[in-house]
Design a protein around this ligand. Sequence first.
Ligand SMILES: [Mg+2]
Length: 235
Amino acid sequence: MQQKWLFFDIGETLISEHKRVRIRNDQTFALLKERRPGLTAAEFNVAYRSVLKDLRYGDRAKITQIAQKILGKGAGGIWEEYVSRFLEDTEMDESRNPNRYFELFPETHRVLEHLQSRYQLGVIANQKIWARERVVKHFGLDRYFRVMALSDEIGLSKPDLGIFHYALDAAKAQPSDAWMVGDRIDNDILPANALGMGTVRISHAITEDAVIKPKAPAEVAKMEITDLSEMLKAF
Ligand SMILES: [Mg+2]
């Protein structure tokens, strides 16, 4: 019998990035407060909440939009300043102190443990070059995966279909025998749907970022879940 494969994204799928989001929000607040000294945390939160509903993915969009809400024309160059003042150091620190930025979702090990008895498991993820050691192995996830397609190791990143083909080739699997499980429409669901893979979209109920809604049929996952353990019923 042909083995079925389940491929997982990492960030916000197996590993929570909420701590990282909080750190970046605190940094953004500090930066905006320099430009508008009277800014309060409450005002910042109002602006943050109001941009969430139209948010596109990524820190650049988020930080720029929050700054525009709060500073108006005074928001010019905010992203560039954020990168030079905070982002470069923060990214370095992430590789050294992963626990400060990342944590497992409570159900991750239990779900993978269960699924690995019935499926072949793999990873298709956009991750920094240090992620295999400092994220995947650090959190004890490496033992589950027979195939790991990590963007910075192979020089291909989602949504490029090449990284999906790389993983499917390594697995010797047809798209129709494989599922992609991930949180992002643009990087996970849309390309996997295009290839004819099954798709599971996870939107964590506790997520701080807005849950971006699909805008076209090609963006709709076959299965929508808010907790990884919901997969146990279906798979
Ligand atoms: Mg993700």
